[in-house]
Design a protein around this ligand. Structure first.
Ligand code: AMP
Length: 213
């Protein structure tokens, strides 16, 4: 099944995708994670996008579309995938429709206050990428990942100014995709305010096993 997880930053798309990818036997493809890996590795792509990402703005469509097209051409994405953080603009959605039409778009519905609470408390493992939260799900030892011992840090774009910018960018450039996909009859809404276990249950109700093939 080819799925898009659509929603504001901090809605829990990545956290749910990690839980759902085994159920669907599909790769979790996060454009944000691909960019962050490129930055960490110091590749030309990483150098190009570093300042943009830190500021909370979007990377240009041409670069992002080319990246996703190449990733979706790989063998593990042929039967399905979960796209997290792409598309974020109408131009990206139109490009995707041309090279890999998706089956369903899951719209993570959450008010701004919930997003701000999650993003400002989010702590990410530099090594394995696991998302912790300073209040809701802190690692046992401060700043050390329970899963891999990596350093747990606050993403530059989870700092207050960048959060405000990302929400503005979401409203202006990404939220129009809700209507875009609703009109195509592809959209399913999910209440993203509860904790991830509950969101996972709602997901399973909307995607019973026979529909997940
Ligand atoms: P995320 O981890 O999905 O919140 O993405 C982090 C940052 O990567 C975003 O704030 C953007 O700067 C960039 N980014 C990720 N996905 C896209 C996309 N589809 N289009 C443009 N920029 C993106």
């Amino acid at each position: 099944m080819k799925l898009i997880f659509l929603g504001p930053p901090g809605a829990g798309k990545g956290t749910l995708a990690v839980r759902v990818k085994e159920l669907l036997n599909a790769p979790h493809i996060s454009t944000g994670a691909i960019f962050r890996d490129a930055i960490a590795a110091g590749t030309p792509l990483g150098l190009k996008v570093n300042a943009i990402i830190e500021s909370g703005k979007l990377v240009d469509d041409e670069t992002t579309i080319a990246l996703v097209k190449e990733r979706l051409a790989q063998a593990d994405a042929q039967d399905g995938y979960i796209l997290d953080g792409f598309p974020r603009t109408i131009a990206q959605a139109e490009a995707l429709a041309a090279f890999s039409p998706v089956d369903t778009v899951v719209n993570f519905d959450i008010p701004d206050a919930g997003v701000i609470e999650r993003l400002s408390g989010r702590r990410v493992c530099r090594k394995c990428g696991f998302n912790w939260h300073k209040t809701f799900n802190p690692p046992k030892r401060e700043n050390i990942c329970d899963k891999c011992g990596g350093e747990v840090y606050t993403r530059e774009d989870d700092k207050p100014e960048a959060i405000a910018k990302r929400l503005e960018v979401y409203r202006e450039q990404t939220a129009p995709l809700i209507d875009f996909y609703r009109k195509k009859g592809r959209l399913i809404d999910i209440d993203a305010s509860p904790m991830v276990d509950q969101i996972l249950e709602s997901f399973k109700e909307k995607f019973p096993p026979q529909k997940r093939a």
